[in-house]
Design a protein around this ligand. Structure first.
Ligand code: NAP
Length: 190
């Protein structure tokens, strides 16, 4: 059985666990400060704010060596909503630079927690995007999402993560101006 270790135990940790359970993927979420051991898991998913990446890099780079590491973060500040741009282009490329022995995949950042729990937006299946410099790692992530019922797209190398982060920023800019802040969202039809 596929198994994913999730760092973080907030909204996205529970939404992604629920979503991936549809594909019979086993998940274990660990909260801040809890001990964890990634051996035995097929991948590690970072369900923490992008600002926590530096702690993970500092304390756990060895434990993450050789692992598929899934970055779902949206580097933004709120009130007012603004994008935060890493000098490397995206939070994912910054992670890849700091964790050169890990297999970084940017995915799920454009999928709101509520949509993951519902596995769709209205009657549309979710669109899950993945970029990576490791095609097998991207395929691994998209296979899970596809088995959970999503339409999936490998959008190419990790430098496209910048566009994924921009896409979610735009989605937030649109949906946060509505009464129900995260009801709407992008799906790809075609
Ligand atoms: N919510 C969404 O719809 C959505 C959609 C797409 C992507 N994302 C991205 O998903 C990530 C998680 O979002 P979320 O909505 O799940 O947030 P959340 O509910 O606030 O959960 C964040 C988790 O990260 C932990 N954390 C925070 N700062 C940390 C640190 N410095 N070191 C270690 N752990 C830390 C929190 O621990 P404590 O509880 O102890 O603070 C909590 O377990 C973010 O990067 C966000 O941009 C969110």
């Amino acid at each position: 059985m596929t198994s994913i270790l999730i760092l973080g135990n907030g909204n996205m940790a529970s939404a992604i666990s629920e979503f991936l359970a549809r594909a019979s993927v086993e998940t274990k979420a660990v909260g801040r400060g809890e001990e964890w051991d990634a051996s035995g898991f097929d991948a590690v998913l970072l369900a923490v704010p992008y600002t926590a990446h530096e702690h993970i890099i500092r304390d756990h780079s060895e434990a993450l060596a050789g692992k598929i590491v899934i970055d779902i973060s949206n580097p933004v500040t709120f009130d007012p909503l603004a994008r935060v741009r890493a000098p490397q282009g995206s939070a994912a490329t910054a992670l890849a630079e700091a964790l050169p022995d890990s297999r970084i995949v940017k995915a799920f950042n454009t999928n709101y927690a509520g949509h993951l729990k519902a596995a769709g937006i209205d009657d549309q299946p979710l669109t899950v995007l993945a970029s990576s410099d490791d095609r097998d790692a991207a395929a691994f992530v998209l296979d899970m999402a596809s088995r959970a019922g999503a339409e999936t797209f490998d959008v190419g190398s990790l430098d496209r993560a910048e566009a994924q982060e921009a896409l979610c920023y735009l989605q937030m800019a649109i949906t946060f101006s509505e009464a129900n802040a995260t009801e709407g969202g992008f799906v790809f039809i075609g």
